[in-house]
Design a protein around this ligand. Structure first.
Ligand SMILES: Nc1nc2c(ncn2[C@@H]2O[C@H](COP(=O)(O)OP(=O)(O)OP(=O)(O)O)[C@@H](O)[C@H]2O)c(=O)[nH]1
Ligand SMILES: [Mg+2]
Length: 250
């Protein structure tokens, strides 16, 4: 059994160009705060050799676990796979962090994102671009437009009162995850997982806070966001709204 207070779960698909820097910066940022951490990378057999980079790092540092799946199966199931692993294998675990491997999430902001959960103030801390102090860095106008639209749609359809419910930079208490892991499906292949999991946490009575983050453009590699993901996201939200409306009218 491994021991750590925090597990940082990072799903990867073709992130060989950025994963090493992300992992090194995460370990430095978390340990500087005196918090012990494990990094759990869930790679979907990336053709660019991401897993070889992670394997080399795990041989150099003892706190990295690499889970390789046979092929691209989607970010949601990758997270659920990493969560289950952390809950089962890491002793003394208090919080699980979700984070992208492409450099968009700034590791130096991790301590602030972990704090509300470790202190017991919240069960979920969402890194938010849409609260005071949050921002988009660089030239990402189109991405910001898509993100704002997605958040608006989610707010209307699900009623969630979180400003950045699509954010993939967040901390969840391990107690909460243990309670609802069987309900977290992660079966949708696209990016719905962030909203779906947040709705699950709130359904279990979770206290959610938003912590401002600055969201950087990906450092290298290609975007994995596809038109079908955007369409799938919209359909998921509309189905959720339909379900809510039908339940209310009964
Ligand atoms: N294991 C696994 N990881 C994935 C999959 N799809 C995306 N990821 C990872 O999930 C994280 C978020 O994906 P991104 O492609 O950065 O998504 P995004 O930030 O919305 O879009 P871009 O930054 O524009 O690409 C990254 O670390 C990806 O490598 C997948 O199918 N399997
Ligand atoms: Mg990204």
């Amino acid at each position: 059994m491994k021991r750590a207070e925090v597990a940082v779960v990072i799903p990867t698909y073709n992130e060989a160009g950025s994963i090493e820097r992300v992992i090194r910066s995460v370990i430095e940022a978390v340990e500087r705060r005196g918090v012990s951490c494990r990094i759990v990378v869930v790679d979907d057999n990336s053709p660019d050799g991401t897993s070889e980079v992670v394997k080399r790092l795990s041989e150099e540092m003892g706190c990295i676990d690499l889970l390789v799946r046979p092929g691209r199966m989607g970010i949601g199931s990758a997270y659920v796979h990493g969560f289950r692993y952390a809950l089962e294998q890491v002793e003394g675990l208090r919080a699980v962090v979700e984070m992208d491997a492409d450099g968009s999430h700034d590791p130096s902001q991790l301590p602030l994102l972990i704090e509300p959960v470790l202190s017991g103030e919240a069960d979920v801390a969402v890194g938010s671009r849409y609260v005071a102090g949050g921002s988009w860095e660089g030239n990402q106008a189109f991405r910001e437009f898509i993100s704002r639209g997605a958040n608006l749609l989610t707010r209307i359809c699900t009623g969630l009162r979180v400003k950045d419910s699509t954010s993939g930079f967040r901390t969840v208490s391990s107690d909460l995850l243990r309670t609802c892991i069987a309900t977290l499906r992660g079966s949708n292949k696209g990016y719905v997982f962030q909203v779906e999991s947040l709705a699950t946490y709130v359904g279990f009575g979770a206290r959610v806070v938003e912590v401002p983050i600055s969201f950087r453009p990906r450092a290298s590699g290609k975007s994995k966001l596809r038109v079908r993901d955007v369409v799938g996201f919209a359909i998921w939200n509309l189905k959720f709204l339909l379900g809510r409306t039908l339940r209310r009218s009964r």
